[in-house]
Write a protein that binds this ligand. Structure first.
Ligand SMILES: Cc1ncc(COP(=O)(O)O)c(C=O)c1O
Length: 360
């Protein structure tokens, strides 16, 4: 997939000065956590995941510990859900664009796929009327991401409830990728899985909490039968999680007040920079995000978009997530505003402007 070849990891972080391609907040350095690793037995862990961590998540998200399976990141959770529910004989209804795993894994499974496209002209809003109509084909799984990657738009509580109603009416399951939930700009919605046993929530410590390097995520679900299947799938692939990673995540949540407020402050500051830029630039138009750390603006003028990305990188050492990563026109780009420093973000945005100006 092109996203791999063009990712910052592949280009090499040293070759990038202004990295606006990340979809997470700044990564924590292990030493800043001040976590003492000396006393951890390196055994196979509990297959469902560290009990204390599941207890912690249950309290945090108002569910029960037995509703959680810890996974190596949200990506593994999404893979497990997809491969447990979908097959060649059934159907998926999924938002597009989306985090690519939510589309690519089902494609490999060769199930029938219908897409609900989020359109710039419709402010990237999730169309419930369309959902209601398309769900009449009775998909095995309806799959949404909120707050959304790459657009940053989010469902409100009524919309989430209606989506669940439609899911139940058609006897489908609903997968809600909630990886950005804890970065909602408005009050975060209840964990979707807490609202119905037809709903599966997936999330992780990667995006909101700044810990993508310890591969810890979770599947939350109230449906016992589904949980059994998910656990069996997890055991086939991973057996258990890294006990070290689980303990770091537990430590982070226990000491959240030391870490998370600074993350939120950084995002609010950077979002103000982004908003100011977007209100003043002549070169981009956008839909203002409602959560997370990404937005999906588009270039206003007809320029050579391939050359745009090339010049932006080669001349200005600046990268963004190009539209083709998300199977849309290259005129769209994902800008990640949570990862860079405020200065890097400001400079990177100015470089976008300069590059477009030079190609007009
Ligand atoms: C919406 C969404 N879901 C899941 C993931 C995967 O995250 P993780 O690092 O927890 O596997 C990503 C990563 O970009 C994402 O944007």
């Amino acid at each position: 997939m092109p996203i791999e070849a063009e990712s910052p990891e592949e280009r090499g972080y040293n070759n990038i000065a202004f990295n606006l391609a990340e979809s997470s907040v700044s990564d924590f350095n292990f030493k800043d956590l001040n976590f003492d690793v000396k006393d951890i037995t390196l055994c196979y862990g509990d297959h469902k995941g560290l009990p204390e961590l599941r207890q912690m998540l249950a309290e945090r998200y108002k569910m029960k510990p037995e509703h959680f399976i810890i996974t190596p990141g949200a990506a593994a959770g999404l893979f497990i859900v997809s491969t447990s529910i979908l097959n060649k004989q059934n159907r998926l209804l999924v938002q597009r664009p989306n985090y690519i795993t939510n589309i690519e894994t089902p494609r490999l499974q060769e199930c029938e796929i219908d897409y609900i496209d989020l359109k710039f002209e419709e402010s990237y809003q999730f169309d419930l009327f369309k959902l209601n109509t398309m769900a009449q084909k009775r998909p095995a799984l309806i799959s949404i991401t909120t707050p959304h990657n790459p657009t940053g738009t989010a469902l409100n509580e009524d919309e989430l409830n209606e989506t669940i109603e439609i899911t139940e009416k058609n006897n489908s399951y609903l997968l809600v990728d909630e990886t950005y939930r804890d970065l909602s700009f408005n009050k975060a919605l209840p964990l979707a899985a807490s609202l119905s046993d037809k709903v599966i929530s997936v999330s992780s410590v990667s995006k909101a909490f700044g810990l993508p390097g310890i591969r810890i995520g979770w599947i939350a679900c109230k449906n016992k039968r589904l949980l059994e299947t998910f656990l069996a799938a997890k055991e086939q692939i991973f057996i258990c999680n890294s006990v070290l990673d689980e303990n770091v995540a537990l430590f982070y949540f226990k000491n959240e007040n030391r870490f998370f407020p600074s993350v939120k402050k950084h995002i609010a500051h950077n979002f103000a920079i982004l908003k100011n830029f977007m209100q003043n630039t002549k070169n981009l138009e956008w839909v203002e995000p409602q959560g997370g750390v990404v937005c999906y603006p588009r270039i206003k003028s007809r320029i050579n978009y391939t050359l745009f990305y090339d010049t932006l990188y080669k001349k200005y050492k600046t990268i963004v997530g190009p539209g083709h990563w998300f199977e849309t026109d290259k005129r769209y780009m994902r800008i990640g505003f949570g990862w860079p420093t405020a200065e890097e973000l400001q400079k990177g945005l100015e470089n976008i402007d300069k590059t477009i100006e030079s190609l007009k």
